[in-house]
Structures are given as C-alpha cells and as structure tokens.
Design a protein around this ligand. Structure first.
Ligand code: HEM
Length: 220
C-alpha cells in the first residue's frame, strides 16, 4: 500500500481503484434505495438485513468508510501536487480549449459531494448508530421506510440533495472514464465503449437518486 501511494502514478492508480469500488457501491446503494419507491415492505426487509448482518456491518461498512475517506484525501493530495507542479498551468492547459469543465473542476464537484456526505451521514448513518448502539433501542424491522420518507419532508434538504446529485453526475462524467485510464485500460476499440458507459452511468445513477428524493417529497 505504501508503495502504491508513494509515487504520483501509484497514487493515481490507488485513487482509481478506490473510485471503481465507489462506482460499484453507488449501483448497490441506488438499487436498495430504489426499493423504497416500490413500497415499504421490500425496503424494510432489505434495510433490516443490511442493518443487522455482521458481514455488512463490521466488514463491508468499515471498508466502504475507508474507501470514501481514502478517495477524498488522495484527491486533495493529487490536486495540490498538480497545482504545485504546474505554476503556469493556464499556459499549458488553456481552459475549454483542451479539457472539459468537469475534468478541470473535479475538486469542486468532489467538495460538493463531500458536503452532501456530511449531511447524509448525519441524516442516516449517525441516526442508525445512535438508534442501535447509543440509545440501544429494541429491534424494529418496520421503521426504515418511514424514517427515510420523513427525511424528505423538508424541501431545503431535498433541494440540497438534488444539487449534490447533479454535481455527483458531473464528477462521475469525468471520473468514470478517468479511473479506467489511470489503471491503464486504454485501447482504441474499448476506450469509446468505456466512455459511452461512463456517460450513461453519470446520467442514470444521479437521476435515480433524484427520482427517489423527489418521490418521497411529493408523496408526503
Ligand atoms: C436519495 C438518495 C439517497 C438515499 C435515500 C440514501 C439513503 C441512505 C440510507 C438509508 C443510508 C443508511 C444505511 C445504514 O447505515 O443503515 C445511507 C448510507 C450511506 N449513503 Fe446514502 N442515500 C442516497 C444517496 C447517496 C449518495 C448519492 C451517496 C454517495 C455519493 C451515498 C452514500 C452513502 C454512504 C457512504 C452511506 C454510509 C454507508 C452505509 O451506511 O451503508 N448515498 N444512505
């Protein structure tokens, strides 16, 4: 691990691996949350299983937490190093002439997603920790859907979530294909396919999250 993070190429590689892990997480997260649009039963069953399964709680969740923190810390380190290495970056990188807004502003879209995650962890993750381990409430496997539904009663929260999902989409629009490039998956035949999948991924995943938030808001 130390070897992987001690050179710029190693850091980009490690960053890409953490990104790929998070790309898979987002598909799983969206799938489970989408159950809440279909009705309380399936969502309550899935949430209860995940909330009390030791493999998910004590192995998958800490791995996910590590991947999220690693991705953000590494992103900052790479950004600072890039800035320091290229004091005349505007001469080299002439804005829209040779790169997209999304690729030049990954740090901005990343920071909005980070701010969203702060609120999101408070809304859901911290609530769970508090319910189970601090207040030590009795198991109630019918509570999850109602708790989620209640969070989306506040229009300010819904708007902030939607803005964050749009920025997440912009982050993914560049990040998806960039993560494949960083691990060396470059090929004249496959790169256009990866880019096309990345484009659809970056539209459909945030759109799915937006639908969930809006659904719960309008069905209050
Ligand atoms: C409408 C959209 C979303 C809903 C309804 C939602 C719902 C939830 C819920 C219910 C939990 C608690 C899981 C638990 O600990 O029991 C959770 C956790 C989490 N969410 Fe979301 N989420 C949404 C969007 C997102 C997005 C876009 C991201 C990433 C950018 C994200 C990242 C996370 C993470 C990292 C956790 C903590 C891990 C975990 O507890 O499993 N969520 N979310």
């Amino acid at each position: 691990m130390a070897g992987l993070t001690s050179s710029t190429i190693g850091r980009k590689y490690a960053m890409a691996l953490s990104a790929m892990f998070l790309l898979i997480f987002l598909i799983m997260h969206l799938t489970v949350n989408f159950l809440s649009v279909l009705g309380p039963d399936a969502f309550n069953t899935a949430s209860d299983f995940m909330g009390y399964n030791p493999l998910i709680q004590f192995i998958m969740q800490p791995v996910l937490g590590f991947a999220v923190i690693f991705h953000f810390v590494m992103g900052f380190i790479l950004e600072i190093r890039n800035r320091n290495a290229r004091p005349t970056k505007y001469a080299v990188n002439n804005g829209a002439a040779n790169s997209t807004w999304t690729s030049r502003n990954m740090i901005i879209s990343g920071l909005v997603v980070l701010a969203f995650l702060g609120l999101h962890m408070y809304d859901f993750w911290w609530h769970e920790i508090n319910f189970k381990y601090i207040e030590r409430n009795e198991v109630d496997n019918l509570r999850y859907w109602g708790e989620l539904h209640e969070r989306f009663a506040n229009p300010v929260r819904v708007i902030f979530y939607i803005i964050a999902f749009i920025l997440l989409g912009l982050h993914l629009a560049h990040g998806f294909q960039s993560s494949f490039q960083s691990v060396g998956a470059r090929h004249p035949k496959y790169t256009p396919v990866i880019k096309a999948i990345g484009k659809w991924y970056s539209i459909l995943i945030p759109a799915g999250f937006i639908i969930i938030a809006v659904y719960h808001y309008i069905t209050q």
